[in-house]
Design a protein around this ligand. Structure first.
Ligand code: NAP
Ligand code: F7E
Length: 338
């Protein structure tokens, strides 16, 4: 019997890392996750998908070249998925140097590890639609020039080009997935979709009154993370490395997102609950993102399964279930304490 393929995944504790780990395990892979040292690493997302005991964790940091070489040397994976990054756009104006260090230079450290240890390892880089920023074309495809609008977007442009460069300089099988926004019940609470769906759940349950937001007119092309990790894997199964846009080819405003989420819990006068707060506006905004994933559809045979309404409703429903469970736990522990 042949040995299972092994994949090394950075960012395994994040949203995409959890879904990718689950996807690869179902395909029969051995999954190794690179995690940075912490007194208590957060395995909550892996646990919510029921896979926390099925992945092996090794210590490493995108800021530390030696730790990545060490992990690659010890594990000898067939595939390397680089999902780790400082990924929250507003944070990148507060910590531009650190964002450049991890989100940008971190990619070179991964590629260097592959080049030094085993250039046959296939590499996936988590590139982003934020690279299009102040868009020069609508919709955006693999041919659209980049114009990033945040230190995060700038760092991702660096990561994109170094991935192309190692492919061209050293013949590595290194590919960029240019992923548009993708969300899920595991999304971090600071991102707009989860911020809205968790607040809507709490408002519906009487736990919160208002929701403070920034620009309601910004548009995004939102898909489901569970669908997008399949595209990452497909890229590494191709004979030749390449770059692919992954998107739904639909765009919606933040306002629509808010309306759909409140409607799910039967609230139509949502304006009563929403407060516009200038703190959530950005120094430079990305106004209109809409992807053209024709190349992924035709070459990879990939298409998204969950649409915008399905996604928002799934997230609201899971947040209601989650908040209800927390309330019940709190009541139970109060009773025990009494
Ligand atoms: P996420 O939930 O924010 O997860 C980020 C992951 O990176 C976490 O596991 C985090 O670990 C890890 N990390 C951060 N700095 C690190 C470091 N110095 N060393 C090692 N690990 C580090 O992000 P996501 O939404 O899953 O996104 C995955 C990747 O896709 C990111 O590169 C993101 O920029 C990119 N991307 C995301 C989207 C999207 O819409 N979700 C779209 C395009 C591209 P800790 O648990 O230790 O913090
Ligand atoms: O913002 C607007 C905000 O923070 C979406 C990351 O995964 O996707 C993500 O980056 C939009 C922006 O995601 C609030 O101005 C309004 O226009 O959910 P977000 P993002 O910045 O698009 C890309 C593809 C990535 O690569 C990133 O890693 O929503 N917005 N009011 C708000 N956004 C937030 N966060 N909070 C608000 O209150």
């Amino acid at each position: 019997m042949s040995r299972p393929k092994k994949a090394l995944v950075t960012g395994i504790t994040g949203q995409d890392g959890a879904y990718l780990a689950q996807f690869l395990l179902r395909k029969g892979y051995e999954v190794v996750g690179l995690v940075r040292r912490s007194s208590s690493p957060s395995l909550e997302r892996l646990a919510r998908l029921g896979v926390q005991n099925d992945v092996k964790l090794v210590e490493g940091d995108l800021g530390d070249q030696y730790s990545i070489i060490n992990a690659v040397q010890a594990e000898q994976p067939a595939e390397f998925y680089n999902l780790a990054a400082q990924s929250f756009v507003p944070e990148s104006w507060k910590t531009p140097v650190q964002t450049g260090e991890f989100t940008g230079l971190g990619v070179t450290r991964c590629l260097e590890a592959i080049r030094c240890v085993n250039p046959e390892i296939r590499f996936y880089q988590a590139s982003s639609s934020e690279m299009y920023g102040k868009v020069l074309e609508v919709p955006q495809s693999e041919e659209t020039p980049f114009y990033p609008r945040s230190p995060y977007g700038v760092a991702k442009v660096y990561g994109y080009w170094i991935t192309v460069n190692y492919r061209e300089s050293y013949g590595l099988h290194s590919s960029n997935g240019i992923l548009f926004n993708h969300e899920s019940p595991l999304r971090g609470h600071e991102f707009i979709t989860r911020k809205v769906t968790s607040a809507v759940a709490r408002i519906a349950l009487g736990l919160q009154q208002e929701l403070r937001l920034g620009n309601l007119e910004a548009r995004r092309d939102w898909g489901f993370a569970g669908d997008y990790v399949e595209a990452m894997w497909l890229m590494l199964q191709q004979d030749e490395p390449d770059d692919f846009v992954i998107s739904t080819n639909e765009t919606h405003t933040v306002r629509e997102l808010v309306e759909v989420a409140f409607r799910r819990v039967g609230i139509t006068d949502w304006e009563q609950h929403v407060v516009i707060d200038p703190r959530f506006y950005r120094p430079a905004e990305v106004d209109l993102l809409i992807g053209d994933a024709t190349k992924a559809r035709t070459r990879l045979g990939w298409s998204p399964k969950v649409d915008f309404h399905g996604l928002v409703e799934m997230m609201v429903d899971e947040d209601i279930a989650w908040e209800t469970e927390r309330m019940q736990l709190a009541i139970h522990s109060d009773r025990l304490a009494a």
